[in-house]
Ligand binder design. Sequence first.
Ligand code: ADP
Length: 226
Amino acid sequence: MRILLIGQPGAGKGTQAVLLAAQLSIRHISAGDLFREHIDQGTELGRNAHTHMRAGLLVPDEVTIAVMKERLARPDTEHGFLLDGFPRSLAQAQALDGILADAESRLDAVLDLEIPEADVVRRIAGRWLCRRSREHIFHVDYSPPEVAGVCDVCGGELYQRDDDRETTVRRRLEVYRSETAPVVDHYQAAGLVTTVSALGQVQEVLDRALAAIGRDEADASGASGS
Ligand code: ADP
């Protein structure tokens, strides 16, 4: 399966992406994580990306498209993928359409995670991420770790992203409205979009997302062989 997960910052995309990809046995590819890897490795691309990310802006399309094109060419995506945070602009969506057409492949579904804006800042401001796994996400109120600052799953150090401050989050929301909302319209025209409410418990949102692609929990665990 080839799935896009779209949603405003704070909708819980990262959390759901990890769970969905595991349930469906497909590769989770996060544009933000790829940039953060570059930043941690101190590459030139990482330094360039960080300037934009810190300001709450999109990394320029040509850089993003090149990174994703390279990532999607790796063999581990052959049997499907779940894209998280790409495409985020119309130019990126058109580039992705071209990459898939060249590979004689196509998207199966686009899930649009929806959350009222009032909830976004509260969610993001309390978010702590695991530095070791990059995948485990906690929240001071909604899913606190057992020991403050330590990942329950792997013992990694928890940290807050430097683009998670309130003013930056507000800028990211503006960018979402102007740049990313047209991506939803683009795929809506192709009949691929299902809107999924991001409110409620993590498991409830996951169940809705699985239902939206015609997979209930039992199907999905069967497919992953567990
Ligand atoms: P969130 O979904 O909470 O905004 P991400 O980790 O997906 O978090 O993205 C963090 C930042 O990385 C974005 O605000 C942006 O600066 C950059 N980024 C991620 N994906 C893209 C993309 N497809 N195009 C441009 N910039 C991106």
